[in-house]
Ligand binder design. Structure first.
Ligand code: G16
Length: 543
Protein backbone atom coordinates (compact mmCIF):
# COMPACT_ATOMS: atom_id res chain seq x y z
CA UNK A 1 0.00 0.00 0.00
CA UNK A 2 1.54 3.19 -1.15
CA UNK A 3 0.61 6.78 -0.39
CA UNK A 4 0.46 8.86 -3.53
CA UNK A 5 0.14 12.59 -3.97
CA UNK A 6 -2.14 13.43 -6.87
CA UNK A 7 -1.77 16.83 -8.56
CA UNK A 8 -5.08 18.67 -8.89
CA UNK A 9 -6.40 22.15 -9.33
CA UNK A 10 -9.25 24.05 -7.66
CA UNK A 11 -12.74 23.14 -8.85
CA UNK A 12 -15.24 25.98 -8.84
CA UNK A 13 -18.36 25.97 -6.71
CA UNK A 14 -17.29 23.75 -3.80
CA UNK A 15 -18.96 26.07 -1.33
CA UNK A 16 -20.90 24.29 1.44
CA UNK A 17 -24.52 25.47 1.73
CA UNK A 18 -27.09 25.19 4.52
CA UNK A 19 -25.88 21.67 5.27
CA UNK A 20 -22.59 20.64 3.67
CA UNK A 21 -21.79 20.41 -0.04
CA UNK A 22 -24.66 19.12 -2.18
CA UNK A 23 -24.32 18.61 -5.91
CA UNK A 24 -25.52 16.31 -8.64
CA UNK A 25 -24.08 12.82 -8.14
CA UNK A 26 -22.44 13.01 -11.56
CA UNK A 27 -20.60 16.15 -10.43
CA UNK A 28 -19.34 14.40 -7.30
CA UNK A 29 -18.23 11.43 -9.44
CA UNK A 30 -16.27 13.70 -11.76
CA UNK A 31 -12.44 13.59 -11.75
CA UNK A 32 -10.95 14.78 -8.42
CA UNK A 33 -14.26 16.35 -7.28
CA UNK A 34 -14.81 14.35 -4.10
CA UNK A 35 -11.07 14.09 -3.42
CA UNK A 36 -10.59 17.85 -3.67
CA UNK A 37 -13.42 18.53 -1.23
CA UNK A 38 -12.20 15.94 1.26
CA UNK A 39 -8.62 17.23 1.10
CA UNK A 40 -9.91 20.78 1.62
CA UNK A 41 -11.93 19.59 4.61
CA UNK A 42 -8.94 17.79 6.12
CA UNK A 43 -6.74 20.86 5.61
CA UNK A 44 -9.39 23.16 7.09
CA UNK A 45 -9.41 21.15 10.33
CA UNK A 46 -5.64 21.15 10.62
CA UNK A 47 -5.10 17.74 9.02
CA UNK A 48 -6.20 14.33 10.26
CA UNK A 49 -2.88 12.94 11.50
CA UNK A 50 -3.43 10.98 14.69
CA UNK A 51 -7.17 11.76 14.69
CA UNK A 52 -10.23 9.55 15.04
CA UNK A 53 -13.16 10.17 12.71
CA UNK A 54 -16.64 8.75 12.23
CA UNK A 55 -17.80 7.93 8.70
CA UNK A 56 -21.15 6.86 7.28
CA UNK A 57 -23.95 7.87 4.99
CA UNK A 58 -27.55 7.36 4.01
CA UNK A 59 -26.85 4.60 1.49
CA UNK A 60 -27.62 6.63 -1.61
CA UNK A 61 -25.96 5.92 -4.96
CA UNK A 62 -22.16 6.50 -4.72
CA UNK A 63 -22.27 6.19 -0.88
CA UNK A 64 -19.99 3.17 -0.71
CA UNK A 65 -17.50 4.30 -3.35
CA UNK A 66 -17.22 7.69 -1.65
CA UNK A 67 -16.69 6.02 1.73
CA UNK A 68 -13.81 3.96 0.30
CA UNK A 69 -12.16 7.07 -1.16
CA UNK A 70 -12.47 8.88 2.18
CA UNK A 71 -10.97 5.91 4.03
CA UNK A 72 -7.97 5.85 1.68
CA UNK A 73 -7.52 9.62 2.03
CA UNK A 74 -7.84 9.49 5.82
CA UNK A 75 -5.22 6.73 5.91
CA UNK A 76 -2.94 8.76 3.64
CA UNK A 77 -3.39 11.74 5.98
CA UNK A 78 -2.24 9.67 8.93
CA UNK A 79 -5.58 9.31 10.74
CA UNK A 80 -5.37 6.92 13.70
CA UNK A 81 -8.84 5.41 13.38
CA UNK A 82 -12.04 5.69 11.39
CA UNK A 83 -15.24 4.31 12.91
CA UNK A 84 -17.53 3.34 10.01
CA UNK A 85 -21.12 2.15 10.04
CA UNK A 86 -21.56 -1.35 8.64
CA UNK A 87 -22.07 -1.12 4.85
CA UNK A 88 -21.03 2.55 5.22
CA UNK A 89 -24.49 3.31 6.65
CA UNK A 90 -25.14 5.74 9.49
CA UNK A 91 -28.12 7.99 9.95
CA UNK A 92 -27.16 11.60 10.59
CA UNK A 93 -28.31 11.53 14.24
CA UNK A 94 -26.58 8.19 14.82
CA UNK A 95 -23.36 9.62 13.37
CA UNK A 96 -23.69 12.65 15.64
CA UNK A 97 -24.14 10.34 18.61
CA UNK A 98 -21.12 8.18 17.71
CA UNK A 99 -18.93 11.26 17.26
CA UNK A 100 -19.87 12.34 20.79
CA UNK A 101 -19.96 8.97 22.50
CA UNK A 102 -16.54 7.95 21.26
CA UNK A 103 -15.08 11.43 21.89
CA UNK A 104 -13.77 11.59 18.33
CA UNK A 105 -12.35 14.47 16.34
CA UNK A 106 -15.47 14.74 14.18
CA UNK A 107 -16.99 12.85 11.29
CA UNK A 108 -17.96 12.84 7.66
CA UNK A 109 -21.57 12.20 6.70
CA UNK A 110 -22.43 11.25 3.14
CA UNK A 111 -25.91 12.48 2.32
CA UNK A 112 -27.95 14.98 0.39
CA UNK A 113 -30.68 14.45 2.98
CA UNK A 114 -34.18 14.60 1.49
CA UNK A 115 -32.93 15.23 -2.04
CA UNK A 116 -33.45 12.23 -4.36
CA UNK A 117 -30.56 9.82 -4.97
CA UNK A 118 -29.21 8.04 -8.04
CA UNK A 119 -26.73 8.64 -10.85
CA UNK A 120 -28.81 11.58 -12.15
CA UNK A 121 -29.85 12.89 -8.75
CA UNK A 122 -28.04 14.34 -5.75
CA UNK A 123 -25.13 13.52 -3.47
CA UNK A 124 -23.60 15.38 -0.57
CA UNK A 125 -20.85 15.45 2.04
CA UNK A 126 -20.70 17.31 5.30
CA UNK A 127 -18.23 17.52 8.12
CA UNK A 128 -19.43 17.38 11.72
CA UNK A 129 -17.41 18.75 14.59
CA UNK A 130 -16.21 16.91 17.72
CA UNK A 131 -19.40 18.09 19.47
CA UNK A 132 -21.35 16.03 16.91
CA UNK A 133 -22.86 19.06 15.19
CA UNK A 134 -22.53 20.38 11.63
CA UNK A 135 -19.48 22.54 11.02
CA UNK A 136 -20.27 26.19 11.78
CA UNK A 137 -19.97 28.89 9.12
CA UNK A 138 -16.46 29.81 10.16
CA UNK A 139 -15.28 26.22 9.44
CA UNK A 140 -17.26 25.83 6.21
CA UNK A 141 -15.76 29.13 5.05
CA UNK A 142 -12.30 27.72 5.74
CA UNK A 143 -13.14 24.54 3.82
CA UNK A 144 -14.31 26.62 0.87
CA UNK A 145 -11.16 28.76 0.98
CA UNK A 146 -9.05 25.57 0.87
CA UNK A 147 -10.97 24.33 -2.21
CA UNK A 148 -9.92 27.48 -4.05
CA UNK A 149 -6.19 26.96 -3.58
CA UNK A 150 -5.65 23.20 -3.69
CA UNK A 151 -2.79 21.89 -5.76
CA UNK A 152 -2.75 18.21 -4.74
CA UNK A 153 -4.30 15.59 -2.49
CA UNK A 154 -2.97 12.50 -0.73
CA UNK A 155 -4.52 9.08 -1.12
CA UNK A 156 -3.48 5.51 -0.43
CA UNK A 157 -3.35 3.03 -3.28
CA UNK A 158 -5.23 0.10 -1.79
CA UNK A 159 -8.07 -2.39 -2.24
CA UNK A 160 -11.52 -1.57 -0.90
CA UNK A 161 -11.97 -2.31 2.81
CA UNK A 162 -14.65 -4.91 3.58
CA UNK A 163 -17.34 -2.93 5.42
CA UNK A 164 -19.94 -5.69 5.37
CA UNK A 165 -19.30 -7.05 8.89
CA UNK A 166 -18.65 -5.40 12.25
CA UNK A 167 -15.01 -5.77 13.31
CA UNK A 168 -11.65 -4.12 13.16
CA UNK A 169 -9.10 -4.10 10.37
CA UNK A 170 -6.29 -1.82 9.23
CA UNK A 171 -5.65 0.28 6.17
CA UNK A 172 -2.03 1.35 5.99
CA UNK A 173 -1.36 2.42 9.57
CA UNK A 174 -4.99 3.37 10.25
CA UNK A 175 -7.51 1.28 12.18
CA UNK A 176 -10.86 0.85 10.44
CA UNK A 177 -13.53 -0.10 12.96
CA UNK A 178 -16.80 -1.25 11.42
CA UNK A 179 -19.72 -0.91 13.84
CA UNK A 180 -23.39 -1.88 13.92
CA UNK A 181 -25.00 1.43 12.89
CA UNK A 182 -28.09 0.91 15.07
CA UNK A 183 -26.95 -0.47 18.46
CA UNK A 184 -25.53 2.67 20.15
CA UNK A 185 -28.34 4.84 18.89
CA UNK A 186 -31.03 2.41 20.08
CA UNK A 187 -29.45 2.32 23.54
CA UNK A 188 -29.48 6.13 23.65
CA UNK A 189 -33.20 6.19 22.81
CA UNK A 190 -33.98 3.55 25.44
CA UNK A 191 -32.34 5.81 28.03
CA UNK A 192 -34.41 8.88 27.08
CA UNK A 193 -37.88 7.43 26.75
CA UNK A 194 -40.24 5.26 28.76
CA UNK A 195 -40.04 2.17 26.55
CA UNK A 196 -42.18 0.18 29.01
CA UNK A 197 -45.05 2.64 28.69
CA UNK A 198 -44.79 2.75 24.89
CA UNK A 199 -44.61 -1.06 24.77
CA UNK A 200 -47.75 -1.27 26.94
CA UNK A 201 -49.53 1.25 24.70
CA UNK A 202 -48.77 -0.81 21.62
CA UNK A 203 -49.63 -4.10 23.36
CA UNK A 204 -52.97 -2.51 24.28
CA UNK A 205 -53.90 -2.19 20.61
CA UNK A 206 -52.49 1.22 19.64
CA UNK A 207 -51.57 1.02 15.95
CA UNK A 208 -48.82 2.81 14.06
CA UNK A 209 -47.18 3.02 10.66
CA UNK A 210 -43.65 4.33 10.06
CA UNK A 211 -42.56 5.03 6.48
CA UNK A 212 -38.77 4.90 6.15
CA UNK A 213 -39.10 5.99 2.50
CA UNK A 214 -36.52 3.39 1.33
CA UNK A 215 -33.89 5.39 3.21
CA UNK A 216 -31.53 4.98 6.12
CA UNK A 217 -34.05 4.99 8.99
CA UNK A 218 -35.44 1.59 7.98
CA UNK A 219 -33.00 -0.52 10.03
CA UNK A 220 -33.28 1.86 13.02
CA UNK A 221 -37.09 1.94 12.99
CA UNK A 222 -37.37 -1.82 12.62
CA UNK A 223 -34.99 -2.48 15.48
CA UNK A 224 -36.63 0.04 17.82
CA UNK A 225 -40.32 0.17 16.90
CA UNK A 226 -40.78 -3.47 15.97
CA UNK A 227 -37.91 -5.13 17.83
CA UNK A 228 -37.82 -3.25 21.14
CA UNK A 229 -41.33 -1.77 21.37
CA UNK A 230 -43.33 -4.66 19.96
CA UNK A 231 -45.04 -2.99 17.00
CA UNK A 232 -46.18 -5.79 14.68
CA UNK A 233 -44.12 -6.73 11.64
CA UNK A 234 -45.21 -4.46 8.78
CA UNK A 235 -45.60 -1.38 11.02
CA UNK A 236 -42.37 -0.09 9.45
CA UNK A 237 -42.71 0.15 5.68
CA UNK A 238 -40.20 0.84 2.88
CA UNK A 239 -37.61 -0.25 5.42
CA UNK A 240 -34.72 -1.36 3.22
CA UNK A 241 -32.37 1.49 2.21
CA UNK A 242 -32.12 1.72 -1.60
CA UNK A 243 -29.49 3.65 -3.56
CA UNK A 244 -32.27 5.57 -5.36
CA UNK A 245 -34.78 5.56 -2.48
CA UNK A 246 -37.16 3.54 -4.62
CA UNK A 247 -37.15 6.31 -7.23
CA UNK A 248 -38.82 8.85 -4.91
CA UNK A 249 -37.84 11.89 -2.90
CA UNK A 250 -37.05 10.70 0.64
CA UNK A 251 -38.71 13.85 1.98
CA UNK A 252 -41.26 13.34 4.76
CA UNK A 253 -43.94 15.83 3.83
CA UNK A 254 -47.48 15.61 2.46
CA UNK A 255 -46.20 15.81 -1.12
CA UNK A 256 -43.54 13.11 -1.14
CA UNK A 257 -45.10 10.88 1.51
CA UNK A 258 -48.58 11.15 0.00
CA UNK A 259 -49.49 7.45 0.33
CA UNK A 260 -48.93 7.68 4.08
CA UNK A 261 -51.01 10.87 4.30
CA UNK A 262 -53.76 9.23 2.23
CA UNK A 263 -53.75 6.27 4.60
CA UNK A 264 -54.11 8.58 7.61
CA UNK A 265 -56.99 10.48 6.03
CA UNK A 266 -58.83 7.25 5.09
CA UNK A 267 -61.02 4.78 6.95
CA UNK A 268 -58.21 2.34 7.78
CA UNK A 269 -55.90 4.86 9.43
CA UNK A 270 -53.83 3.61 12.34
CA UNK A 271 -53.65 5.74 15.49
CA UNK A 272 -50.31 7.29 14.58
CA UNK A 273 -48.04 7.57 11.56
CA UNK A 274 -44.66 9.07 10.86
CA UNK A 275 -41.99 9.22 8.17
CA UNK A 276 -38.35 10.13 8.04
CA UNK A 277 -36.01 11.35 5.31
CA UNK A 278 -32.94 10.14 3.43
CA UNK A 279 -30.50 10.47 6.32
CA UNK A 280 -32.96 10.08 9.18
CA UNK A 281 -32.86 13.56 10.69
CA UNK A 282 -36.26 14.84 9.50
CA UNK A 283 -39.68 13.66 10.57
CA UNK A 284 -43.33 14.00 9.71
CA UNK A 285 -46.00 13.16 12.28
CA UNK A 286 -49.64 12.34 11.56
CA UNK A 287 -52.62 11.40 13.66
CA UNK A 288 -55.80 9.78 12.41
CA UNK A 289 -57.25 12.34 9.96
CA UNK A 290 -54.63 14.91 10.89
CA UNK A 291 -51.25 16.22 9.66
CA UNK A 292 -49.14 17.88 12.35
CA UNK A 293 -47.10 20.76 10.94
CA UNK A 294 -43.44 20.62 12.00
CA UNK A 295 -43.85 23.97 13.75
CA UNK A 296 -46.82 22.66 15.75
CA UNK A 297 -44.94 19.46 16.48
CA UNK A 298 -42.08 21.45 18.01
CA UNK A 299 -44.53 23.41 20.16
CA UNK A 300 -46.35 20.27 21.35
CA UNK A 301 -43.07 18.51 22.14
CA UNK A 302 -41.83 21.55 24.07
CA UNK A 303 -45.06 21.70 26.09
CA UNK A 304 -45.01 17.98 26.92
CA UNK A 305 -41.38 16.81 26.87
CA UNK A 306 -41.30 16.56 30.67
CA UNK A 307 -43.49 13.44 30.34
CA UNK A 308 -40.45 11.53 29.01
CA UNK A 309 -37.87 10.41 31.59
CA UNK A 310 -34.97 12.04 29.72
CA UNK A 311 -36.64 15.46 30.03
CA UNK A 312 -38.41 15.05 33.37
CA UNK A 313 -36.23 17.76 34.93
CA UNK A 314 -37.69 20.30 32.48
CA UNK A 315 -36.21 22.23 29.58
CA UNK A 316 -33.37 24.74 29.80
CA UNK A 317 -34.83 26.64 26.89
CA UNK A 318 -36.07 26.20 23.33
CA UNK A 319 -34.88 27.41 19.95
CA UNK A 320 -36.38 27.58 16.49
CA UNK A 321 -35.12 28.71 13.12
CA UNK A 322 -36.44 32.13 12.11
CA UNK A 323 -38.92 30.94 9.44
CA UNK A 324 -40.42 28.33 11.79
CA UNK A 325 -43.81 29.42 13.13
CA UNK A 326 -43.90 31.16 16.45
CA UNK A 327 -46.08 28.48 18.07
CA UNK A 328 -43.18 27.39 20.29
CA UNK A 329 -42.61 30.99 21.42
CA UNK A 330 -46.07 30.91 22.99
CA UNK A 331 -45.22 27.76 24.93
CA UNK A 332 -41.94 29.31 26.06
CA UNK A 333 -43.66 32.51 27.19
CA UNK A 334 -46.31 30.58 29.13
CA UNK A 335 -43.77 28.27 30.78
CA UNK A 336 -41.10 30.86 31.45
CA UNK A 337 -38.56 29.24 29.11
CA UNK A 338 -35.82 31.01 27.19
CA UNK A 339 -36.62 31.06 23.47
CA UNK A 340 -34.06 31.67 20.71
CA UNK A 341 -34.58 32.53 17.04
CA UNK A 342 -31.71 31.39 14.80
CA UNK A 343 -31.02 31.40 11.05
CA UNK A 344 -32.00 28.36 8.99
CA UNK A 345 -29.50 25.53 9.41
CA UNK A 346 -29.14 23.13 12.30
CA UNK A 347 -25.56 24.29 12.79
CA UNK A 348 -26.87 27.45 14.45
CA UNK A 349 -28.37 25.46 17.34
CA UNK A 350 -25.04 23.86 18.29
CA UNK A 351 -23.73 26.67 20.49
CA UNK A 352 -27.05 27.02 22.33
CA UNK A 353 -27.11 23.28 23.05
CA UNK A 354 -23.43 23.14 24.03
CA UNK A 355 -23.85 26.12 26.37
CA UNK A 356 -26.90 24.58 28.06
CA UNK A 357 -29.14 27.44 26.96
CA UNK A 358 -31.59 25.28 25.02
CA UNK A 359 -32.74 21.68 25.35
CA UNK A 360 -35.18 21.42 22.44
CA UNK A 361 -34.77 22.86 18.95
CA UNK A 362 -36.84 22.69 15.81
CA UNK A 363 -37.41 23.88 12.30
CA UNK A 364 -40.29 24.22 9.88
CA UNK A 365 -38.37 21.98 7.48
CA UNK A 366 -39.45 18.89 9.44
CA UNK A 367 -36.59 18.88 11.93
CA UNK A 368 -36.80 18.54 15.68
CA UNK A 369 -34.16 17.48 18.14
CA UNK A 370 -32.66 17.98 21.55
CA UNK A 371 -29.36 18.12 23.36
CA UNK A 372 -29.03 14.29 23.18
CA UNK A 373 -27.12 14.77 19.90
CA UNK A 374 -26.15 17.81 17.83
CA UNK A 375 -28.34 17.11 14.81
CA UNK A 376 -32.05 16.98 14.31
CA UNK A 377 -33.40 13.50 14.84
CA UNK A 378 -36.41 12.00 13.08
CA UNK A 379 -36.87 8.83 15.10
CA UNK A 380 -36.25 10.70 18.36
CA UNK A 381 -39.21 12.99 17.56
CA UNK A 382 -41.38 9.97 16.80
CA UNK A 383 -40.42 8.32 20.09
CA UNK A 384 -41.07 11.50 22.08
CA UNK A 385 -44.53 11.71 20.49
CA UNK A 386 -45.16 8.04 21.35
CA UNK A 387 -43.99 8.64 24.92
CA UNK A 388 -46.40 11.60 25.23
CA UNK A 389 -49.26 9.57 23.75
CA UNK A 390 -48.49 6.70 26.14
CA UNK A 391 -48.36 9.02 29.18
CA UNK A 392 -51.45 11.07 28.43
CA UNK A 393 -53.54 8.27 26.88
CA UNK A 394 -54.85 10.94 24.48
CA UNK A 395 -54.99 10.77 20.68
CA UNK A 396 -52.86 13.01 18.45
CA UNK A 397 -55.98 15.05 17.62
CA UNK A 398 -56.91 15.48 21.27
CA UNK A 399 -53.39 16.62 22.13
CA UNK A 400 -53.31 19.16 19.30
CA UNK A 401 -56.76 20.57 20.03
CA UNK A 402 -55.94 20.95 23.72
CA UNK A 403 -52.68 22.66 22.72
CA UNK A 404 -54.42 25.16 20.43
CA UNK A 405 -57.05 25.92 23.07
CA UNK A 406 -54.31 26.69 25.57
CA UNK A 407 -51.82 28.56 23.36
CA UNK A 408 -53.74 29.59 20.23
CA UNK A 409 -53.02 28.22 16.76
CA UNK A 410 -50.33 29.33 14.32
CA UNK A 411 -51.67 28.22 10.94
CA UNK A 412 -48.67 27.64 8.74
CA UNK A 413 -47.61 26.69 5.23
CA UNK A 414 -44.51 27.00 3.05
CA UNK A 415 -44.56 27.64 -0.70
CA UNK A 416 -41.50 26.65 -2.73
CA UNK A 417 -40.75 27.96 -6.22
CA UNK A 418 -38.08 25.62 -7.50
CA UNK A 419 -35.38 25.85 -10.18
CA UNK A 420 -35.81 29.58 -10.69
CA UNK A 421 -33.20 31.46 -12.60
CA UNK A 422 -30.84 32.48 -9.78
CA UNK A 423 -30.38 36.05 -11.04
CA UNK A 424 -34.16 36.55 -11.33
CA UNK A 425 -34.72 35.28 -7.79
CA UNK A 426 -31.95 37.50 -6.41
CA UNK A 427 -33.32 40.50 -8.28
CA UNK A 428 -36.78 39.94 -6.81
CA UNK A 429 -35.40 39.82 -3.27
CA UNK A 430 -33.14 42.84 -3.92
CA UNK A 431 -36.18 44.78 -5.04
CA UNK A 432 -38.14 43.76 -1.96
CA UNK A 433 -35.19 44.46 0.34
CA UNK A 434 -35.04 48.01 -0.98
CA UNK A 435 -38.76 48.51 -0.28
CA UNK A 436 -38.77 47.09 3.27
CA UNK A 437 -38.50 50.47 5.05
CA UNK A 438 -41.67 51.68 3.30
CA UNK A 439 -43.86 48.69 4.16
CA UNK A 440 -44.87 49.26 7.81
CA UNK A 441 -48.36 50.75 7.97
CA UNK A 442 -49.29 49.63 4.45
CA UNK A 443 -52.24 47.30 3.93
CA UNK A 444 -52.09 44.19 1.74
CA UNK A 445 -55.08 41.87 1.27
CA UNK A 446 -56.72 43.60 4.20
CA UNK A 447 -53.77 43.11 6.55
CA UNK A 448 -51.60 45.88 7.97
CA UNK A 449 -47.83 45.50 8.02
CA UNK A 450 -46.45 46.00 11.53
CA UNK A 451 -42.74 45.61 10.74
CA UNK A 452 -40.45 44.60 7.88
CA UNK A 453 -36.76 43.76 8.10
CA UNK A 454 -33.95 41.47 7.00
CA UNK A 455 -33.06 38.93 9.66
CA UNK A 456 -29.49 38.87 10.97
CA UNK A 457 -28.24 36.79 13.89
CA UNK A 458 -25.72 37.50 16.57
CA UNK A 459 -24.80 34.24 18.24
CA UNK A 460 -25.18 34.85 21.99
CA UNK A 461 -22.45 32.31 22.79
CA UNK A 462 -19.56 33.08 20.45
CA UNK A 463 -20.66 36.51 19.23
CA UNK A 464 -20.47 35.55 15.54
CA UNK A 465 -22.66 37.56 13.19
CA UNK A 466 -24.70 36.05 10.33
CA UNK A 467 -26.20 38.60 7.96
CA UNK A 468 -28.87 38.36 5.25
CA UNK A 469 -30.84 35.42 6.64
CA UNK A 470 -34.26 36.16 5.13
CA UNK A 471 -36.77 38.99 4.67
CA UNK A 472 -39.51 39.16 7.32
CA UNK A 473 -42.83 40.95 7.12
CA UNK A 474 -44.90 40.87 10.32
CA UNK A 475 -48.54 41.95 10.40
CA UNK A 476 -50.72 43.34 13.12
CA UNK A 477 -52.49 40.43 14.84
CA UNK A 478 -49.59 37.99 14.64
CA UNK A 479 -49.44 36.95 10.96
CA UNK A 480 -46.08 36.84 9.19
CA UNK A 481 -44.46 36.24 5.80
CA UNK A 482 -40.80 35.29 5.35
CA UNK A 483 -38.95 35.14 2.03
CA UNK A 484 -35.57 33.49 1.57
CA UNK A 485 -33.61 31.44 -0.92
CA UNK A 486 -32.89 27.81 -0.08
CA UNK A 487 -29.30 26.85 0.66
CA UNK A 488 -29.75 23.16 -0.14
CA UNK A 489 -30.93 23.06 -3.75
CA UNK A 490 -28.70 21.86 -6.55
CA UNK A 491 -30.42 23.46 -9.57
CA UNK A 492 -30.88 27.24 -9.98
CA UNK A 493 -32.52 28.95 -7.01
CA UNK A 494 -35.43 27.83 -4.85
CA UNK A 495 -37.53 30.63 -3.37
CA UNK A 496 -39.15 29.69 -0.08
CA UNK A 497 -42.12 31.72 1.11
CA UNK A 498 -43.14 30.94 4.70
CA UNK A 499 -46.70 31.92 5.63
CA UNK A 500 -48.14 32.12 9.11
CA UNK A 501 -51.43 33.29 10.59
CA UNK A 502 -52.17 33.41 14.31
CA UNK A 503 -55.67 32.67 15.66
CA UNK A 504 -56.79 32.42 19.26
CA UNK A 505 -60.54 32.74 18.73
CA UNK A 506 -61.82 29.35 20.02
CA UNK A 507 -64.34 29.20 17.17
CA UNK A 508 -61.62 29.52 14.53
CA UNK A 509 -59.17 26.87 15.70
CA UNK A 510 -60.45 24.24 13.28
CA UNK A 511 -60.33 26.03 9.93
CA UNK A 512 -58.83 24.44 6.83
CA UNK A 513 -55.27 25.88 6.75
CA UNK A 514 -55.75 27.20 3.20
CA UNK A 515 -58.81 29.15 4.41
CA UNK A 516 -57.04 30.57 7.43
CA UNK A 517 -54.02 31.54 5.33
CA UNK A 518 -55.78 32.86 2.21
CA UNK A 519 -55.27 36.56 2.96
CA UNK A 520 -51.60 36.11 3.86
CA UNK A 521 -50.96 34.05 0.72
CA UNK A 522 -52.48 36.82 -1.40
CA UNK A 523 -50.46 39.43 0.47
CA UNK A 524 -47.23 37.48 -0.15
CA UNK A 525 -47.59 37.82 -3.91
CA UNK A 526 -48.71 41.45 -3.73
CA UNK A 527 -45.72 42.40 -1.59
CA UNK A 528 -42.96 40.58 -3.47
CA UNK A 529 -44.45 40.44 -6.98
CA UNK A 530 -43.60 36.75 -7.33
CA UNK A 531 -45.69 36.27 -10.47
CA UNK A 532 -44.45 39.45 -12.08
CA UNK A 533 -40.79 38.65 -11.42
CA UNK A 534 -40.74 34.90 -12.04
CA UNK A 535 -43.70 34.28 -14.32
CA UNK A 536 -44.78 31.52 -11.95
CA UNK A 537 -48.47 31.54 -11.02
CA UNK A 538 -48.23 28.86 -8.32
CA UNK A 539 -45.59 27.24 -6.15
CA UNK A 540 -44.06 23.92 -7.22
CA UNK A 541 -44.30 22.45 -3.74
CA UNK A 542 -46.57 23.42 -0.86
CA UNK A 543 -45.85 21.90 2.53
C1 G16 B 1 -31.02 21.25 6.06
C2 G16 B 1 -30.63 21.99 7.30
C3 G16 B 1 -31.84 22.56 7.95
C4 G16 B 1 -32.63 23.41 6.98
C5 G16 B 1 -32.95 22.61 5.74
C6 G16 B 1 -33.57 23.46 4.66
O1 G16 B 1 -31.78 20.14 6.40
O2 G16 B 1 -29.95 21.17 8.20
O3 G16 B 1 -31.43 23.31 9.04
O4 G16 B 1 -33.81 23.87 7.58
O5 G16 B 1 -31.77 22.07 5.20
O6 G16 B 1 -32.65 24.45 4.31
P1 G16 B 1 -32.90 25.40 3.09
O7 G16 B 1 -34.21 26.10 3.38
O8 G16 B 1 -31.73 26.32 3.06
O9 G16 B 1 -33.04 24.55 1.86
P2 G16 B 1 -31.49 18.73 5.75
O10 G16 B 1 -32.52 17.82 6.33
O11 G16 B 1 -31.66 18.96 4.26
O12 G16 B 1 -30.08 18.40 6.11
Amino acid sequence: MEKITVPTRPIEGQKPGTSGLRKKTSVFMGPHYLENFIQATFSAIGGVAGKTLVLGGDGRYFNNQAAQVILRMAAAGGAARVIVGQDALLSTPAASHLIRKRATDGGLILSASHNPGGPDEDFGVKFNMPNGGPAPEEVTARIYAETTRLTCYDILEAQDVDLSQPGTTTLGGMVVEVVDPVADYAALMAGLFDFDAIRALIAGGFTLRFDAMHAVTGPYARAILQGMLGAPEGSVINAVPQPDFGGGHPDPNPIWAKPLVDLMMGPDAPDFAAASDGDGDRNMVLGRGLYVTPSDSLAVLAANAHLAPGYAAGLKGVARSMPTSRAVDRVAAARGLRCYETPTGWKFFGNLLDAGRATLCGEESAGTGSDHVREKDGLWAVLLWLNILASTKLSVAQILHAHWREFGRNYYTRHDYEALDAATAEAMLDDLRARLPNLPGRVFAGRTVASADEFAYDDPVDGSHSAAQGLRIAFEGGARIVYRLSGTGTVGATLRVYLEEFVDDPDRLDLAPETALAAIIAAADQIAGIRAHTGRSAPDVTT
